[in-house]
Design a protein around this ligand. Structure first.
Ligand code: FES
Ligand SMILES: [Fe+2]
Length: 333
């Protein structure tokens, strides 16, 4: 499957108003526009006439108009040239949907299935988006191991004293990989414990995830147990993190954040959501900063000195090449 045939989340729905927007995805520029009827169009951001960016144009009715000579595009890819009406050109288009507050696209001729995730009984804390100056593989590497949590993160994960004792298991399937981690929650200042709905320093912290490859995303299940009673804490997080290549050297991450019903819906909207978002976003910014400082972002795995948490990296690479890139000859394994 070619990259643009997978469903990719691109921007939050409320970002697209009357004005068309250009987004970069898999090395291509794509224009998104909302028609008067509310339909979302997505086309390559290039006028088939003489190459003008369609995103510099405007929407009229159900069409986007190229600002150069006024050619008009429907979201299905039909083009009308006012100056040469008999021409009837056609361009490739994308299928679009709005789901979970985000616009998703895939090539119109693709049969890829939508990456549905089950978040029943969870409350949504919205989406967090970051653009990272690092290739897709390196970004996925970072979110596929917890060894970096003591040194990279502030509150999330395990301490450097306990990291060697964290139990990690990996299970591979044809089209996905699962990783389970169990260890001791690192120190959390008392105020953070309170804000995090009584998760305690020293709790058992479970960080389990499954990664899928069409498109590439990981579903994290994070929860805590009191080490004495073995009872779960109230807070449980479900984080769905999409890894979206913008180009060969840049990756966008979009994280859909869900939390267990720690409080009622209204209080969650007013208090829980901003708290959960603040802490998760803080940790994502640290991931971005560390990734952008890797000096050699071309190095293959066989030239790295890998540790006990890194076996998953090769499993991910194999599936990225086979399922996502459809290119088993790629050497970066
Ligand atoms: S370049 Fe778009 S109409 Fe001419
Ligand atoms: Fe991290």
């Amino acid at each position: 499957m070619k990259l643009l045939q997978h469903w990719h989340p691109v921007i939050e729905s409320n970002t697209l108003k009357k004005k068309p927007i250009s987004v970069n995805l898999c090395g291509k520029e794509i224009v998104l526009f909302r028609t008067s009827g509310g339909e979302i169009g997505a086309l390559y951001n290039r006028c088939c006439h003489r190459g003008m960016r369609l995103s510099c144009g405007w929407v009229e009715g159900e069409e986007i108009v190229c600002p150069y000579h006024g050619w008009r595009y429907k979201s299905c890819g039909k083009v009308f040239s006012p100056g040469t009406p008999k021409l009837n050109p056609r361009v490739s288009s994308f299928t679009t949907v709005e789901r979970h507050g985000v616009i998703w696209i895939k090539s119109a001729d693709s049969t890829a299935t939508f990456p549905d995730f089950n978040v029943e009984n969870y409350l949504s804390a919205g989406v967090l988006t970051h653009e990272i100056q690092a290739p897709l593989e390196f970004v996925l590497d970072n979110f596929s191991e917890i060894e970096h949590t003591p040194s990279t993160h502030t509150y999330f994960g395990y301490s450097s004293e306990d990291i060697s004792k964290v139990q990690t298991t990996v299970k591979t399937k044809d089209n996905s990989v699962c990783v389970n981690n169990k260890g001791i929650q690192r120190y959390l200042p008392p105020i953070v414990q309170k804000l995090f709905f009584n998760v305690h320093s020293g709790d058992w912290f479970f960080d389990n995830w499954e990664t899928f490859f069409s498109p590439i995303y990981s579903v994290y299940d994070q929860f805590w147990l009191d080490t004495v009673t073995e009872k779960p804490r109230k807070l449980r997080l479900k984080l769905i993190l999409f890894f979206i290549p913008i180009s060969e050297t840049q990756t966008r991450i979009m994280m859909f954040v869900f939390a267990s019903r720690v409080v009622n819906k209204l209080i969650f909207q007013l208090l829980g959501k901003p708290i959960v978002r603040f802490f998760i976003n803080h940790e994502l910014i640290l991931d971005k900063a560390i990734l952008e400082n890797i000096i050699d972002k071309d190095i293959p795995l066989n030239q790295m000195q890998l540790g006990r948490f890194d076996g998953i990296l090769a499993e991910n690479r194999k599936r990225i090449n086979r399922i996502y890139r459809n290119d088993s000859s790629r050497v970066n394994v």
